[in-house]
Design a protein around this ligand. Sequence first.
Ligand code: FE2
Length: 375
Amino acid sequence: MDSIKSPDDRPITEEANFLKLKNVDHVHFWVGNAKHAMFYWWKGFGFKPVAYSGLETGNRQFASYLLESGNARLVLSAPYSPSSEISGHHLAHGDGIKAIAFEVDDVEQAYQATTSRGARSEWTPKEEKDDDGTYITAAIQTYGEVIHIFVERKAYKGIFAPTYQPIDYPHQDAGIRAIDHIVGNVQLGKMNYWVNWYHQVMGFRQLMHFDDKDISTEYSALMSKVMENGSGRIKFPINEPAEGKRISQIEEYLEYYRGPGSQHIAMITGNILETMEKLHANGIEFLRVPNEYYDLLPDRVGEIEENLELIKKLGILVDKDDEGYLLQVFTKPIQDRPTSFIEVIQRKGSRGFGKGNFKALFESLEYEQERRGNL
Ligand code: FE2
């Protein structure tokens, strides 16, 4: 496959799948105003608010909403007190992803397996009980201040976790079905450290890598390696900035997030045309795609099922490799700081990440950086 370099052919050994992560259970954003953030995901991205925790449910520490769209689950939490850990995090980073949680069968095993391989503990296995049973978690630290939480719900019948109670909001589904990948931005020179960390501590394998020749424009560049877990269901690309003439998008992120963090979540849709019609109507803002991109597209990707006029009208990017093709779009930053954004992706055979789009995408990102005075 010429668009992908050095896929790692290592077989999936017992060792490499020792964690047996079932899936990404949820992604937890720590924000300044959970009610506003909930409204954005609800009315903007078509997620359904399904549970709430806060003063009314006996949680005196923070307000929190759980939202779902298909299998994708987000939790949005904001603090009640300036002494809250969430407040300190928000002061430094603004709104951002604090935790990427995995469902496991046995939290104790996951915690022991990772900490014995060198993971730093965030909290040791703990049981929280309420009328719905026992909810067990433990957590370890990854890049920046991001943590991975292991969640065990075998003995828990509640909607999410203790203090969370069901809420019922009417909603308009935009077609988002699952999380495809979550990208981490780390400092210059730290990509390989975190690639090794995911391999040694979590048993992930390297799926592919992109270097600065793949991902560069006149001004800036980055390097990226994609790590995936034993089942291939969980994919975490790790980016670091590469030398360029001007400040790269990764450096801008690191400056405004005040350190490493999660750059974007890619959300799967089964029909990106329908999803994009809805997201545009809902007011979600996307990166602009230059007209020239669509002049070159038919020659670059050949025959696809979708109508090219519609693809252009909706600002959708297309990339093809020898397994198939994919369609993707990227939002502008979803908070005030130029940090996290969202990708929406539909896969039609391709397991790639849109390498053929990197150049057009980065030029578009740099256009936005220029407008912010950050290029
Ligand atoms: Fe992505």
